[in-house]
Design a protein around this ligand. Structure first.
Ligand code: AQP
Length: 329
């Protein structure tokens, strides 16, 4: 059985970008693959977090995972900081990562663009920790949104470098990018990706946002003055709404065009709102139920971390042996 690993940071409230871009499809992997799904709290602290809020969001993300259909009897669902091997392998991998490669990472550049004070070493080294997350579990595939592709590529480079020195140690992972929804854009500036840390709340729709708020945000989404519904780079706002619609309905573009041909933007926005509600409404309700059962969430995380630690320890022991650490205990 091939292995799937993915994770999301509890760095803010999840957007429909996180959901449609990757999370929505995770449940479908569970019968065919060995799956590990982490709550990437160690990544979240690369940007300053309020400690109480971080704890709450970690629990909320566990609840969302379960609400989307992840099953703790089929998948390993856990919190990354509960598995200490992430940090330990991370340190080793730093010594196999070239500065030049980290300097080219888009995410670091975009996160510090308007905020130089954010430029801490952890944020810079984020891709190395992510490589450790992935490589600990002999991962074959990493389902992620388009923005994370570069991070999977650096993971492959680190693994190949290590393997070329010490022989076969790490499985070389591949990114799995959804055909639709892999890059949902901001509703206010459809040339940039929708991001949970965007300071403008009208730019994103939260996964758990109530219907009326979502409806209002879509009605305010930036479009253009062309007045025709085309899937064209010249109409990034319309393209984004069509992408959201497609990711919700899984219809092909021909069917979608037939539906929207000759219609106005108001109609498109109403249809996108309804498609989204049908897709995320049930997740919103189930998340509330899981959040009412905190003991169960903690139990899922505990069991998940025990299973993950067992696998991670084997990989770490192999790595420590290969690099020459004295193993007396
Ligand atoms: N706009 C998006 N469209 C499609 N996929 C997206 N993802 C994020 N934004 C979009 C995917 O969601 C997964 C989890 O992301 P993450 O929390 O680990 O980090 P991120 O990519 O940095 O997400 P955000 O929302 O932009 O968070 P902040 O604002 O904290 O940096 C990943 O698979 C990602 O590709």
């Amino acid at each position: 059985m091939k292995t799937i690993y993915s994770a999301i940071q509890p760095s803010g409230e999840l957007t429909i970008g996180n959901f449609l871009g990757t999370l929505k499809g995770w449940k479908d992997f569970q019968d065919e693959y060995k799956c590990l799904f982490g709550v990437a709290d160690m990544h979240a602290i690369t940007v300053r977090q309020n400690p109480q809020l971080l704890r709450e969001r970690t629990k909320k993300l566990l609840a969302i995972y379960l609400a989307t259909g992840l099953d703790p009897d089929k998948s390993i669902i856990y919190v990354n900081s509960h598995v200490k091997q992430h940090a330990e392998l991370g340190w080793v991998l730093h010594t196999y990562t070239n500065l030049g490669q980290l300097n080219r990472m888009h995410q670091f550049k975009s996160k510090i663009k308007d905020n130089e004070e954010r430029a801490n070493v952890g944020l810079y080294c984020y891709p190395v920790l992510m490589a450790s997350d992935i490589l600990l579990y002999d991962t074959d595939f990493v389902p992620v949104g388009d923005d994370q592709k570069q991070h999977v590529e650096i993971t492959r480079d680190i693994a190949e470098r290590f393997n070329s020195i010490y022989g076969d140690t790490f499985t070389i992972p591949e990114p799995l990018i959804n055909k639709s929804g892999s890059r949902i854009k901001s509703l206010q500036d459809p040339t940039v990706k929708m991001s949970k840390s965007d300071p403008n709340p009208n730019a994103f729709i939260l996964l758990l946002e109530e219907y009326n708020v979502m409806k209002k945000k879509i009605s305010r989404a930036v479009t253009d003055s062309i007045g025709e519904i085309n899937y064209s780079e010249d109409q990034p706002g319309i393209m984004n709404l069509l992408d959201i619609y497609k990711a919700c309905n899984n219809e092909d573009m021909d069917t979608i065009f037939a539906k929207f041909e000759g219609q106005n933007y108001g109609y498109l926005k109403r249809e996108v709102t309804e498609a989204l509600e049908t897709t995320i409404g049930p997740v919103r309700e189930k998340t509330k139920d899981y959040l009412n059962n905190e003991d169960y969430l903690l139990e899922v995380a505990k069991k998940g971390s025990e299973k993950a630690s067992e696998i991670a320890e084997k990989t770490l022991a192999k790595v420590y042996d290969k690099i020459g650490f004295l193993r007396s205990i």
